[in-house]
Design a protein around this ligand. Structure first.
Ligand code: ZN
Ligand code: ZN
Length: 181
């Protein structure tokens, strides 16, 4: 997949190779995780001989991954459309352009874009996703999904430093009531 014979385009810069492939990629490793791909990556792009046998691949991938919401852990389907542009130079020294540190090298007229595209997909994966903007997350005490309603836990912050003040206020309240009586 995503392998192209570029002998013709190197010989004739007027030739443009149209890339249109759907990848058989059920999941992608991202750090220590394996992220399921629910809508297979559809790659669209063009390979052009841009200058002195430097090939440029420019395109976009459409895919959908499934990731857990970073607050409530519910699976979310996340559509991604990473765009990219990359230059490739032939290892055989066919290129006459200035050395380009960001260019990748290919050999024997075979341009294999699969590693590059998979890496671009990986770069397009967000670190965090939310199931919705105002996701309430999970109850820190019982783990209940708070989007489904309250769980009944007392979630007020308990800070021991306030205890003294609290008892002071309670005493005042009692005084106030006594005065009213
Ligand atoms: Zn959520
Ligand atoms: Zn709870």
């Amino acid at each position: 997949m995503l392998q192209y014979n570029v002998r013709d385009i190197l010989a004739d810069p007027r030739i443009v190779i149209t890339v249109e492939e759907t990848l058989d990629l059920p999941s992608i490793t991202f750090g220590k995780e394996e992220i399921p791909i629910v809508q297979p990556p559809a790659v669209q792009g063009k390979i052009r001989n841009v200058e002195g046998n430097v090939l440029e691949f420019r395109g976009v991938v459409h895919l959908t991954v499934k990731m857990p919401c970073s607050r409530c852990m519910t699976d979310v389907e996340v559509p991604l459309t990473p765009e990219f542009s990359q230059r490739f130079i032939p290892a055989e020294g066919l290129g006459t352009a200035e050395p380009d540190e960001e260019a990748e090298v290919f050999s024997e007229y075979r341009l294999d874009l699969s590693d590059f595209v998979v890496n671009e997909i990986r770069l397009g994966i967000p670190m965090k996703v939310l199931c919705r903007e105002d996701c309430k997350g999970l109850c820190p005490k019982c783990g209940h999904n708070l989007n489904e309603g309250p769980c009944g836990c007392d979630l007020r912050e308990e800070d021991p430093r306030w205890d003294a003040l609290k008892s002071l206020l309670q005493n005042q309240d009692r005084h106030g009531m006594e005065q009213e009586v």
